[in-house]
Design a protein around this ligand. Structure first.
Ligand code: HEM
Length: 182
């Protein structure tokens, strides 16, 4: 992330980042779809925040037709996707943690990254940034607000709350491993 902020990321590494994020969203978003009626997950189900399609658009813009979703995937991402598949089956409400870490991150710091990536001299302009694009600032802020309101309306037992917080910490740790591998 520091290299990204310092515009030290070239196209190969940018493509690798987007490819690995695509694998994470390709596990997360169908799991959220399957659980759209779940009493907890229905609170944060907003199609407008989904990212997989935007990531595919950016990868196609960067690589034309010459890319496969399996390109440049690191082991941390495989482990991350496996974790999402496991909780989807065993305890779907824990998906809330992964939706929080990804979507609220994209709707927050992601807007800073969008500006930084767009002006990165190591990347061909215009740099595809559909992944970071949720619309204008007002729309982006309202999506973030809606997500936070949904999150705040979730009712869980203290034990389940602790499990969701622990899962969010795990999600951050998985990202640290992913970024170190990248
Ligand atoms: C260099 C990269 C990053 C920058 C500059 C950045 C910056 C920010 C900023 C400014 C906020 C808003 C804080 C607020 O509203 O009080 C934020 C929130 C957040 N970021 Fe990051 N961020 C970065 C990377 C990440 C990454 C890699 C993740 C997850 C993998 C992430 C997840 C989050 C989450 C979940 C929030 C919402 C926190 C909350 O209000 O509960 N961020 N980030």
């Amino acid at each position: 992330m520091r290299s990204l902020l310092r515009c030290e990321i070239d196209e190969t590494r940018y493509v690798a980042l987007l490819s690995n994020l695509l694998m994470i969203y390709s596990a997360l978003e169908p799991a959220l779809d399957r659980n759209a009626a779940h009493p907890v997950l229905s609170r944060i189900a907003h199609p407008a925040i989904r990212r997989a399609a935007a990531l595919r658009a950016d990868l196609s813009a960067l690589k034309g037709g010459d890319w496969r979703e399996s390109d440049a995937i690191v082991s941390a991402t495989v482990a991350y996707a496996k974790r999402i598949e496991a909780i989807d089956l065993a305890c779907p409400q824990l998906l809330l943690a992964h939706a929080y870490v990804r979507y609220l991150g994209d709707l927050s710091g992601g807007q800073v990254l969008k500006r930084v990536v767009s002006s990165n001299p190591m990347l061909k302009t215009p740099v595809p940034v559909a992944f970071y694009d949720f619309g204008d600032a007002t729309t982006t802020a309202s999506l973030a607000k809606t997500f936070r309101t949904g999150l705040a309306s979730v009712v869980l037992s203290p034990l389940d709350e602790d499990a969701v917080v622990a899962e969010a910490k795990l999600a951050f740790e998985l990202h640290i491993t992913l970024f170190n591998e990248l």
